[in-house]
Unconditional design. Structure first.
Length: 110
């Protein structure tokens, strides 16, 4: 009886782990981009920035990063984490961070 109980618990634990891992895998991949913020639209949840090559890009900001959008200002150099779907197509920005903080450096004080 004890072996059956241990087996049932092990199967339940494995199932719980798969439930937590599956959504992350289904979300696709992420990649980071660095650039300078041109403008921010908090209400519209979008950000316009120039990447290191000088191209101007406007991207939607996902709910995960919407809270930090209000703290970003034009002219700030940031690292943006872009969320892609399974096909590799961009879905939006999932994280916004000061480039200095992302590189492990101390943020300059103002």
């Amino acid at each position: 009886m004890t072996r059956v109980a241990v087996l049932v618990v092990a199967v339940l634990m494995a199932g719980m782990l798969l439930v937590h891992v599956a959504p992350a895998a289904a979300m696709g991949k992420t990649h980071d981009m660095k650039g300078t913020v041109v403008s921010v639209n908090v209400e519209g949840k979008s950000i316009t920035f120039k990447d290191d090559s000088g191209a101007s890009i406007t991207a939607p900001v996902l709910d995960a990063a919407a809270g930090s959008l209000k703290n970003v200002k034009a002219g700030e150099y940031v690292t943006l984490t872009c969320q892609d779907n399974e096909k590799g197509e961009h879905e939006g920005i999932s994280r916004i961070q000061s480039a200095a903080a992302a590189d492990g450096q101390k943020k300059p004080t103002r």
